[in-house]
Ligand binder design. Structure first.
Ligand code: FES
Length: 157
């Protein structure tokens, strides 16, 4: 096989699934945080589904585990507590509202900025939650706050 492309910024490791917490706990609180392979993530439990993503918001590193979940355009989103950016739980897309300047009376439309927050895979087995980090090779804005000098790992309490 010939890999002719340039190296991507995001490390392409093969991650394995890592224990993140108990189903009973996330069902009580709606969210848990965990450090998975040296990366801090938040796992949300919303309407029977689990969603894991980088804990720090792609915009300026806000604490997403302290945000509220709301629906926009039928998509459940975490709303960052710092500047209210909306991030879809399922895909990590940043949503914004757009207004047509040629038709200011028209209803604002929800649009996507693309994937901004890195989403990770959650599996559940025997009452335990496991997270496998994404190894998608694209550069995601939230990587900036999840790696390098901005990375903040809270010590376990
Ligand atoms: Fe999240 Fe600004 S840090 S919206």
């Amino acid at each position: 096989m010939d890999h002719n492309g340039s190296e991507e910024d995001h490390e392409m490791k093969d991650y394995s699934s890592v224990y993140a917490g108990r189903v009973d706990d996330i069902k009580k609180s709606g969210r848990i945080t965990a450090v998975i392979d040296d990366r801090e993530v938040v796992i949300f439990y919303h309407k029977g589904e689990y969603h894991a993503m980088d804990i720090r918001c792609y915009h300026s590193g806000g604490p997403l585990h302290l945000g509220e979940i709301e629906e926009f355009d039928g998509q459940p989103c975490i709303v960052c507590p710092w500047h209210k950016y909306k991030i879809t739980l399922a895909t990590g897309e940043g949503l914004y509202q757009s207004i047509n300047p040629k038709d200011p009376s028209a209803k604002p439309k929800w649009c996507s900025k693309g994937i901004k927050q890195r989403i990770h895979t959650v599996t559940v087995d025997n009452g335990n939650i496991y997270v496998t980090l994404s190894n998608e090779p694209f550069k995601c804005d939230s990587d900036f706050y999840a790696t390098g000098e901005f990375k903040v790992i809270k010590s376990p309490s």
